[in-house]
Design a binder for this molecule. Structure first.
Ligand code: GDP
Ligand code: MG
Length: 174
């Protein structure tokens, strides 16, 4: 018995890059229903000794501006409800945007465990954005570079105690 991690955040922050790094070629689709496969991707993640299910919220890239906010909200809520843990990703080079604040609000209301990640954090250009992320009130931001594979050890470190917690909870129900 393992856990499910949903990667959420606005388009272009690097969610799919992290998903692909975690899943490699072990990709499966969530659902056969039309419209569903496009929006949520599910895969079996491998990170050091950890194995877990990971969900990528996709399918927002082609939305028009006026439909984007609503779609982001609905899709994120669906992913959050499917997951045990949410990794909320922002772009450290951009800093916190109003849309990021909307996501933070959804997560504070709905999710049990939230890991805040500032991606694209390679190099000094990211320092200001990482500091800004503390203001989201979701704890200490994890500094990641999904593209360059930086911060993966720290991500594993944060996930390990949670993985134990879910294993214990599953054992109690046997
Ligand atoms: P998504 O829309 O959130 O799924 O974002 P993508 O994974 O498609 O990435 C959006 C863009 O950001 C792509 O051009 C990626 O190559 C780039 N990107 C992703 N991760 C990083 C990173 O760690 N550093 C930098 N500099 N760029 C990144
Ligand atoms: Mg994507």
């Amino acid at each position: 018995m393992s856990f499910t991690l949903a990667i959420v955040g606005r388009p272009n922050v690097g969610k799919s890059t992290l998903f692909n790094r975690l899943v490699g070629k072990r990709l499966a689709l969530v659902d056969d229903q039309p419209g569903v496969t496009r929006d949520l991707r599910e895969g079996e993640a491998k990170l050091g000794g950890l194995r877990f299910t990971v969900i990528d919220t996709a399918g927002l890239e082609e939305a028009t501006d006026d439909s984007l906010q609503g779609r982001m909200r609905r899709l994120t809520e669906r992913a959050v409800d499917m997951a045990d843990i949410c990794l909320f990703m922002i772009d450290a080079r951009v800093g916190v945007t109003p849309t990021d604040e909307m996501f933070a609000e959804i997560l504070r209301k709905r999710s049990k465990h939230v890991i805040l990640a500032t991606n694209k954090a390679e190099g000094k250009a990211a320092d200001a954005g990482v500091l800004e992320a503390y203001a989201l009130g979701l704890g200490e931001p994890l500094r990641l570079s999904a593209e360059h594979g930086e911060g993966m050890g720290e991500l594993m470190h944060v996930l390990m105690p949670l993985a134990d917690e879910f294993a214990d909870a599953a054992a109690e129900h046997m």
